[in-house]
Design a protein around this ligand. Structure first.
Ligand SMILES: Nc1ncnc2c1ncn2[C@@H]1O[C@H](COP(=O)(O)OP(=O)(O)OP(=O)(O)O)[C@@H](O)[C@H]1O
Ligand SMILES: [Mg+2]
Length: 360
């Protein structure tokens, strides 16, 4: 188990820069998730830590060793790929033993490690099967087992759940969380799925466009997004954004006027927010409630019943649309006039450069 430090790491393919000056520390034993849209550089960053891709600038340290010039085999970390890459003609036991035989580990030590990994991963009853006789989730566990037996300092996973169907994805996600609780080894997990990131991570690295947007715990990222990108990417459905007509100050906190002329009192310190006429208001759907006594009125364009809650896409007088929440048993219908109650205390503001301001 070791920490992993990246200092000003950069990468370009030909003339295209894909990673720019990334600096971060992944703590020893931490479960870190790299989250971001397709093409933002998550896999490239992971592959550079594993040594499968060279870096063009900066340094990578694992524990007290600088590793960026070392080949993958000397970095003492294990990478598990999305497609598992198991040997089809070998049994589960042979797949897990193979790498250790190659480095001439004594046979009884190999047997001991494979048995321990099979126990941890609940693969004991499948140990003599071939990959073709396993489900996707079981194959996934064998691929992890093959990594565990090497006793690496860290595990790297690149979208390990993306091949699984929805139900298995959720179950395997829980297995990952339990595996980390048991092993307490440093893990880096790449995904573009914000729910996977929120549920698994000790901390999330939100990436976009070659760069880190924010590093923080799931709730820090959710409650205090650093940028409009993070605010929009994390949370489902996405945060509502409305242009602000005017901002003013009340008791040191920002009061905003929205396009439909309604006023919302926020809990955001006025002195921090630039008053340049280019401020955007952000509010999550769960902070916009359908309520008979709400101050804002509109018409329900779309009603989505999710069982435990209902989402309403409400068109305001100025034609802007807010996604609002109602109870699961809501009797709201498309076309209904509705009133909305916005919880201004949980609002966010964004300036012209998309920097975010949240409640104190
Ligand atoms: N070998 C390569 N040569 C040239 N460009 C590459 C190469 N590998 C990746 N890229 C580019 O680098 C960028 C980052 O790719 P990367 O695979 O790291 O993205 P990602 O965040 O993992 O995306 P996804 O979620 O789709 O897997 C992309 O624009 C990609 O096209
Ligand atoms: Mg990728």
């Amino acid at each position: 188990m070791a920490d992993i430090r990246l200092v000003n790491v950069s990468k370009q393919f030909g003339s295209v820069r894909v990673i720019e000056n990334v600096t971060m520390t992944i703590g020893s034993g931490e479960f870190m998730v790299f989250l971001g849209p397709s093409g933002c550089g998550k896999s490239t960053l992971l592959r550079m830590i594993a040594g499968l891709e060279e870096i063009d600038g900066g340094e990578i340290h694992i524990g007290d060793r600088r590793v960026d010039a070392l080949p993958p085999s000397e970095r003492e970390i294990a990478m598990v790929f999305q497609n598992y890459a198991l040997y089809p003609h070998m049994s589960v036991r042979e797949n897990m033993s193979f790498g250790l035989q190659n480095i001439r580990m004594p046979r009884d030590e190999i047997a001991r490690r494979v048995a321990a990994a099979a126990k941890t991963l609940e693969l004991e009853h499948l140990i003599d099967r071939k990959p073709g006789q396993l489900s996707g989730g079981q194959r996934q566990r064998v691929a992890i087992g093959r990594a565990i037996v090497r006793d690496p300092k860290a595990f790297l996973f690149d979208e390990p759940l993306s091949n699984l169907d929805a139900g298995l994805r959720v179950r395997t996600r829980i297995e990952f969380a339990q595996l980390h609780q048991r092993m307490k080894t440093t893990m880096i997990f790449v995904t573009h799925d914000q729910i996977e990131a929120m549920t698994l991570a000790d901390r999330i690295v939100v990436m976009n466009n070659r760069k880190i947007e924010q590093i923080g715990t799931p709730m820090e990222i959710y409650n205090r997004p650093a940028s409009r990108f993070v605010a929009a990417f994390v949370g489902s459905p996405s945060m509502n954004f409305l242009p602000v007509q005017q901002i003013s100050d009340r008791d040191g906190k920002v009061l905003v006027r929205l396009p439909d002329n309604s006023e919302i009192q926020t809990n955001i310190v006025s002195s921090r927010v630039p008053d340049d006429g280019k401020v955007t208001f952000g509010i999550r759907p769960e902070s916009v409630k359908v309520s008979a006594t709400g101050a804002i009125s509109g018409k329900a364009d779309v009603v989505e019943r999710l069982g435990e809650r209902t989402l309403a896409y409400v068109r305001l007088a100025d034609n802007s649309v807010l996604i609002a929440e109602d109870e699961g048993q809501s009797n709201l219908n498309v076309g209904d006039q509705v009133r909305l109650d916005i919880d201004g205390a949980s609002a966010h503001l964004f300036d012209a450069r998309d920097v975010a301001y949240s409640a104190a």
